[in-house]
Design a protein around this ligand. Structure first.
Ligand code: F6R
Length: 248
């Protein structure tokens, strides 16, 4: 997988935001929608900040942008402090001109017996827009992409996933304690992620170095779902020097 290593997350995020902005503008020139797959968590925050800056200072418009987020905790009310709906509004949507109704985030309030139906319709909606032009990803310390935890199959679809202990432990700070941290999430499946025409994975910091090495240099395995990106024809890893420190 091609890998770009930057001195720090800020430089790296500027480059990724630039690629996204170029894609949005190219689609505007063609009179088309730009369909983006988006991630939450700490890694993409600097990318969203740079996109907001470009909107404010360089006139980058999001009027033709349609987005699909990777995941949402389950159960989760959209106005909860920890919801990914709130995260996306605060980090991006409230600060740009994306039309309301153009962004999609898995619904953490659907009844459990309706999750499978919801998941199917989420993927159908993505397909109705012609699929994802671009997918932004972070990576879990355990190799997850979206909330496709180790064991997720390469052909897995959008579904309810039991979160790994390590994933919940990483989120426990946000929820105040481990017991208050949701045990499940609705996640876009690996197949949907791999169907994006472009995939860019971000990783910052030494904490991510071992899993970056495993994903890039190890075998393709369900125990490191990010390793599935080795099978993607147009994936890129954008990492900082600390996250690159275990690469051979
Ligand atoms: C978030 C998501 C997760 C995170 C991953 C890394 O929507 O899908 O896979 O990208 O857990 O999180 P951070 O960036 O906080 O290290």
């Amino acid at each position: 997988i091609p890998t770009h290593i930057y001195a720090d997350a800020k430089d790296a995020s500027r480059a990724v935001a630039h690629e996204i902005a170029d894609l949005i503008r190219a689609k505007q020139q063609q009179g088309k929608l730009c369909v983006l797959g988006l991630a939450t968590g700490s890694s993409p925050k600097t990318v969203y900040a740079e996109l907001i800056r470009q909107h404010r200072e360089e006139g980058l418009s999001f009027h033709n942008v349609v987005t699909f987020n990777l995941d949402e905790y389950y159960p989760m009310e959209p106005d909860s402090l920890q919801s990914y709906v709130r995260f996306m509004k605060e980090q991006l949507f409230d600060h740009v001109d994306i039309p309301e109704g153009n962004y999609h985030i898995p619904d953490g309030t659907v009844p459990v017996n309706k999750v499978a139906e919801f998941s199917r319709s989420y993927e159908e909606k993505m397909q109705s827009y012609g699929g994802l032009d671009f997918q932004l990803l972070g990576i879990g310390g355990n190799g997850h992409i979206g909330f496709n935890e180790p064991g997720s199959l390469i052909n897995s679809h959008t579904r309810l996933m039991m979160l790994d202990h390590s994933t919940r432990a990483a989120a426990a700070m946000d929820f105040g304690s481990l017991v208050r941290t949701p045990k499940k999430a609705i996640t876009m499946g690996v197949a949907a992620i791999l169907s994006a025409r472009r995939v860019v994975l971000l990783a910052w910091g030494e904490r991510k170095a071992p899993v970056i090495r495993a994903a890039l240099e190890g075998t393709v395995t369900e125990s490191i779902p990010a390793s599935y990106l080795q099978t993607h024809p147009n994936a890129l890893f954008v990492i900082d020097q600390a996250a690159a420190s275990d690469l051979t």
